[in-house]
Design a protein around this ligand. Structure first.
Ligand code: PBG
Length: 329
């Protein structure tokens, strides 16, 4: 007999497809990364990230109001630090009147309800473009975690709701959590980049912040001694579980698309919210292919973002957040 079950019945028309759809993305799912630069009246397009900009503080204020009105209520801040303020110990990051600290205040003044998360890592401040202090050709772990804890306290004091350490040093979540508690900053959350892979997809981001590791003697040319090997899966679980034990409120997998197996695995294992970061290179690929007319930009964006949520991500950090809201209508 012909099959009793015909799966195509549930695909007959748009109305039934809408009714049975399992995964629905919404503006509430998104965390919007923003790049901040010194100066005034600056809205500078990033060459390898078309339609994405570095913003000076005045434009940042305008942008967050726009995001808020679109229903995008969480931002993740990154700063581009002038070269003359960079050194091997990221000293400028601890300046309470530094660009990040001013950016946090700018967002909170412009838009008090906006959830502000800040990137906590040394690389934008490092003269070597590394996420830690470089000594004798190595990235020093423990001293770096002390620095990251101080940086986190400085961001929290400036008004950050969450700090988001993206460095992959061992033990940094514990050192950050303890420093925040010591200062009475008990409500400041930590979103840990817990499974962050050493990825070639970060290229455009490093253009945006001018933060690529420099090519000089006795400085590692890549981040392979701290970011994870992209061949590994169990290690992602180990990293994530350790970060949760150390006090991470939210964990993250990064990059996105190539790592959705890891997102699913972690979602199945842990009991905290899981974020995914669709990174700069993923953004650039879609933009480039769309520009050539080889892919349908809007359709591909929605497909990728939905796939991230289907994989189990509760939070999606994406440069396409505004596009998604536009497309969701
Ligand atoms: C660095 C950092 C990177 C990104 C976020 N924080 C790059 C790196 O690790 O070199 C990448 C984000 C993106 O590519 O969109 N701490």
């Amino acid at each position: 007999m012909y099959p009793l079950r015909r799966n195509r019945r549930l695909r007959t028309n748009e109305s039934i497809r809408n009714l049975v759809r399992e995964t629905i993305i919404s503006p509430k799912d998104f965390l919007v990364p923003l790049f901040v630069a010194e100066g005034k009246g600056i809205k500078e397009e990033i060459a390898s990230m078309p339609d994405y900009y570095r913003l000076s503080l005045d434009y940042l204020a305008t942008e967050v109001k726009e995001l808020w009105n679109m229903g995008l209520h969480a931002v993740l801040l990154f700063v581009k630090v002038p070269d003359d303020l960079k050194d091997n110990r990221g000293t400028e990051a601890l300046n309470d009147d530094g660009l990040m600290q001013r950016a946090i205040k700018t967002v909170k003044d412009a838009c008090p309800g906006m959830l502000v998360m800040t990137d906590v890592a040394m690389d934008p401040y490092s003269s070597f473009g590394h996420d830690g202090i470089v000594e004798n050709g190595e990235i020093i772990n423990d001293e770096t975690t002390v620095f990251l804890a101080e940086m986190s306290v400085s961001h929290a004091m400036a008004g950050a709701d969450f700090v988001a350490p993206s460095d992959m040093m061992d033990g940094r979540i514990l050192s950050i959590r303890e420093a925040l508690e010591d200062e009475g900053l008990v409500n400041t959350g930590i979103m840990s980049y817990s499974a962050k892979y050493a990825s070639a997809f970060y290229g455009p981001f490093r253009d945006a912040l001018d933060s690529a590791p420099v090519d000089v003697k006795n400085v590692p040319k890549d981040k392979n001694t701290y970011q994870m090997d992209f061949a590994n899966r169990f290690e992602a679980l180990k990293e994530t579980e350790m970060d949760i034990d150390e006090g991470a409120d939210i964990v993250m997998v990064k990059p996105g698309l190539c790592y959705l197996d890891i997102v699913r695995e972690i979602r199945n294992e842990v009991d905290v919210p899981v974020a995914v970061y669709q990174v700069s290179g993923e953004y650039a690929m879609v933009k480039a292919a769309a520009e050539k007319g080889w892919l349908d930009h809007d359709a591909v964006v929605m497909e990728q973002l939905t796939a991230m949520k289907r994989a189990g991500a509760n939070i999606i950090a994406s440069y396409f957040a505004k596009d998604a809201v536009r497309l969701l209508g």
